[in-house]
Structures are given as C-alpha cells and as structure tokens.
Design a protein around this ligand. Structure first.
Ligand code: NAP
Length: 487
C-alpha cells in the first residue's frame, strides 16, 4: 500500500455524524483529531458530538423504530447480506483504514473485516428464524401464544481495539431483531464505524435505523440518553470500570443491558500437552492485536516440569515476530494504541521484574516515534505482580509455574474477571474436569482463539452480562411477549 492509498482511504471516509440517514456537522461545530499510533501523527479530524447531537441521533432512532420493527424479516436479512458482501468487496481499503487508525498489522485488519462481516451473514440467517410458541394452558380453557418482539431503540458503545467487529457484533443482531440504534465508537478509532455507515446505507438500511455519533467526552453525551427512557437497551463493550458505571445509569430506567467487559485470561499448560501446539496457542492468545484484546492470555501457568522448555520455545517465537508500522508488509506486531497504553505496559513489566520475574525476551520499549513495545516473555512472575490482577493489554507473556491441577484451578479462578480461559492437555478426563471447574464464560481447549460469530461470546463474574454471537446473540435484542387467549 502506498502513501497515496493511505491518503485516499482516509480522505474517502465521511467525518461527520450520521443521523437519520444524513451526514451532518456537530451542532457546536467542534471536531477532534484521529491519530496514527504508528507515527503519532494526525490522520484527520472528525465531528465531536454534543449532547444535543446525541439527542437528535436517539430521536431519529426512536422515530424509525415502529416502521423498522414492521419490516419483514427477510428484508432485514437481505440488508445484512448485502452489507456482508460490501464489506468483502471493500476489504482492502477498510483494512488499510483500520490499520491506520488502530495500528494492527494489515493481515490482522483484513482478518477483522472478515470476522466483522461474518456477524452480518450469521445474523442475516438468524433474522428469518425468530420463533415463538403455542401451548395449551395446563388447566385448559386458554392458550398461550409466545412471541418475540424487538426490544426497541438501542444505545451501542464500542471500544477501540476491534473498531469494526465490536460494532457489527452489536449491529448485526440489532438489525436482525428489528431494533434501531445509536452507535458510539471509541474516539481513537471512529473511522471504521463511519465507513460502515455508508455501507449500511448503500445496502438499503432505511434512514434513522442506525445512527452514528463520534465524541471525545462520552459521559455528558451518553448519560442523558441512557437516563432519557427513550432507549430501551444498552449494549456496551469496554472496560469493567466503565461497564459498572453504565450499569448504574441503566438502573434508573431499567434498561436491558448487555455488557462485554474486561478479561484476565488464564492460559494453562499441563506437562502432557503437545508443547508445539501450546506455544502456537500462546502466540495466538497473546499476540492477536498486539495483546490488546479482552481475550488475551494474561497469566500463563505452565507445569513446572515443562516451564523451561515452554519458555525457551515461546521466547524464540516471540523474539522472531517482526515489529513495525502495521501498514508495512511482513509486520506482525504493530504499535500500542497510545502513549498511556505504552506507559501502562512499561510500568507493569517493571513491577513484575522488581518482584523477581526474569525477562526471557523483550522488556524494553525501543523509543522513537509511535507507541511500540517488543514481544516480551517473563518467567517466574509471582502472584503479587500487578499484572496478575490487571489487563496487560500489550505483547507481554508472563509465565508462572505450578505443580498440581487443584493449585492451578484455584490460581486461574483467583480473579474478579471470568471471560475466557485456555487449557492445553492431551488428557481427556483432565480437560473436561478443568474446563468445567474454570470460572469463565468461554474455554479454549488446545486452541488459543475462541472468537467465532456462530458461537456465544461472553463472560461471567465481572467480565459481563449476556452473550454476543451464536444462536443466542439475537435474544439480547428481543423481548418475549406472552399472549393469553381465551378459547
Ligand atoms: P473503555 O475505556 O471502557 O471505553 C469503551 C467505550 O466506552 C469507548 O467508546 C469509550 O469512549 C466509552 N466510554 C467511556 N466512558 C464512558 C461513559 N462515561 N459513558 C459512555 N461511554 C463511555 O474501554 P477501551 O479502553 O476503549 O477498551 C478496552 C477495554 O474493552 C478492555 O477492558 C477490554 O477488555 C474491553 N473489551 C472487551 C471485549 C469483550 O467482548 N468482553 C471486547 C473488546 C474489548 P471514550 O474513550 O471517549 O471514553
């Protein structure tokens, strides 16, 4: 990709707010800059919504709701299918755009567009299978008709780490169910979602069904919308801290809530595992998105008899990963999202080393332009290290030894989070025992990636509420209604 391509894809994106099917400037005329994390340079400026803009977007969603709910499921499915196709047709430009605003390597950005599009295909298929029930009352004399209806206008808030997929994972089921929405992407990465608005409109989505607002100060814009009572649902993906705050705000009008929050994934390697497979699994679970993923392996527990060999092989693989600007060919590790993210990773590594961890590879930011941190492996990370309690959100693999199955299950569950766990073992009985004992919504068994649009993604404990994807993903956007019929 040339510099001209980069300029062209940024230029092509609308930088205003998408409200009621139209592109509009922010009411107060404010904008904010979007930065390339690989260079620290400004890519462009986008509209900075005010509370007034937020309200206009929600009003549009509310006005569009009755007609959209009445649209035949097949018509909603067709819009999603066409959007799926357009995402594929434009994959090169969309991937480059994502790399520029977020930093992930081009190959990963392409992978995310495919993953994101798949939510539209999956939910196009679900849209026409929304079922109900019919039943005779146990005592006779009446019948129960059970139907499922769209929840109503939704507020959708997404993070910066998967700028397209975290949006389509919400928009797919919302559109399939017949819900209208206001979506607010993260200010670091608004461009992918703005590009998606054009695709949805081109695919035939009626005005007002999806509205997109970009904003730097989310609280004052979103809180009045949450508290207005006009929206019926909040679906949020982001940190546990913000999720907790939004859940409190939702309490006032008892909004339906779906929360996809932070993680602290344990990655467990038993001594009977295939070590090559476990190393590749660790690379996948740790290095996807430079470690900036809620599903990232955050604590790697390795049975003590194999930890030296595992550590050696992992460090060798990690050290060989090319780091650089995501748009450059061959790069597999891009920059972190911003300076604060880089500072956090540096602090967490320094803390672990202070507490006795040994650096097997990496461990030192190169300095210079962009927010780069090298793939790093630490051995002997003690429980007291701060990184055992916090999301590292960077390319750092902390290894901790363990002796017994009971000990590692207790260690793995010793966290407020419960999103995903990974287990590597060739013992079937142990695999089942451990997978059942782990307190997480998902388990990767001998595999380092669990995300799949056709599977129910989500966490327990303080990692969230509800599920996205799978056959249950659409339920989050449907209300059950029971109609009692006297016969
Ligand atoms: P974040 O700081 O919680 O922000 C997420 C989104 O919420 C952003 O759009 C943010 O906008 C917005 N936001 C923040 N405060 C808000 C408020 N008071 N009212 C309304 N909106 C508000 O998280 P992040 O740093 O973007 O993303 C990383 C986090 O997301 C990690 O914890 C990661 O584990 C989690 N995550 C979870 C999943 C999952 O599926 N479980 C997937 C991806 C990421 P501003 O930036 O403008 O505040």
């Amino acid at each position: 990709m040339s510099e001209q391509d980069e300029a062209r894809v940024v230029q092509a994106v609308e930088k205003r707010l998408f409200i009621d099917g139209k592109w509009v400037d922010a009411a107060e005329g404010r904008t904010f800059d979007v930065t390339d994390p690989a260079t620290g340079k400004t890519l462009c400026a986008v509209a900075d919504a005010s509370p007034q803009d937020g309200r206009a977007a929600l009003d549009a969603a509310v006005a569009a709701q009755p007609e959209f709910a009445a649209m035949p499921p097949r018509a909603r499915a067709d819009i999603l299918t066409r959007s799926f196709q357009l995402l594929h047709e434009r994959i090169d430009d969309l991937a480059l755009l994502m790399t520029l605003e977020m930093g992930k390597p081009l190959a990963e950005a392409r992978g995310e567009i495919i993953y994101a599009a798949e939510f539209f295909r999956h939910f196009a298929e679900e849209a026409v299978r929304i079922d109900g029930g019919y039943q005779t009352a146990p005592a006779g004399g009446s019948r129960f008709l059970i139907t499922r209806q769209p929840v109503g206008p939704c507020l959708l808030i997404t993070p910066w780490n998967f700028p397209m997929a975290m949006g389509t994972r919400k928009l797919g089921p919302a559109i399939a169910a017949g819900c209208t929405s206001v979506i607010k992407p993260a200010p670091q990465t608004p461009l992918s979602m703005l590009a998606l608005m054009d695709i949805l409109a081109e695919a035939g989505l009626p005005p007002g069904v999806v509205n997109c607002i970009t904003v730097t100060d989310a609280g004052p814009v979103m809180e009045p919308l949450i508290r207005s009572g006009l929206a019926r649902k909040l679906s949020f993906t982001g940190s546990t801290q913000v999720g907790r705050l939004l859940l409190e705000q939702c309490a006032e009008k008892i909004l339906r809530t779906s929360l996809e929050l932070g993680g602290n994934a344990p990655f467990i390697v038993f001594d009977d595992a295939d070590l090559d497979e476990a190393v590749e699994g660790a690379i996948a679970a740790k290095m996807r998105n430079m470690g900036e993923a809620c599903t990232a392996a955050n604590r790697i527990y390795v049975q003590s008899s194999v930890i030296d060999e595992f550590g050696r092989r992992l460090a060798e693989r990690m050290a060989a990963l090319p780091v650089g600007r995501g748009a450059e060919p061959g790069v597999t590790v891009g920059p972190l999202i911003d300076k604060a993210a880089l500072n956090k990773v540096e602090t967490l590594v320094a803390d672990a080393v202070d507490r006795g961890a040994i650096v097997l590879t990496g461990g030192q930011a190169p300095g210079g332009d962009g927010y780069f941190y090298p793939p790093t492996v630490l051995k002997g990370v003690p429980r007291e290290a701060t990184m055992c309690d916090q999301e590292i959100f960077g390319p750092v693999a902390p290894l901790t030894p363990f002796e017994t199955e009971e000990e590692v299950i207790a260690a793995a569950n010793d966290t407020e989070y419960g999103l995903v766990s990974y287990v590597f073992t060739n013992d079937l009985r142990r695999a089942v025992r451990v997978a059942e004992a782990l307190e997480s919504g998902m388990v990767g068994l001998n595999q380092g990636v669990v995300s799949n649009p056709a599977a129910p993604f989500g966490g327990i404990k303080q990692s969230g509420l509800g599920r996205e994807g799978g056959s249950v993903g659409i339920d989050e956007f449907l209300e059950i209604k029971y109609i009692g019929i006297k016969v």
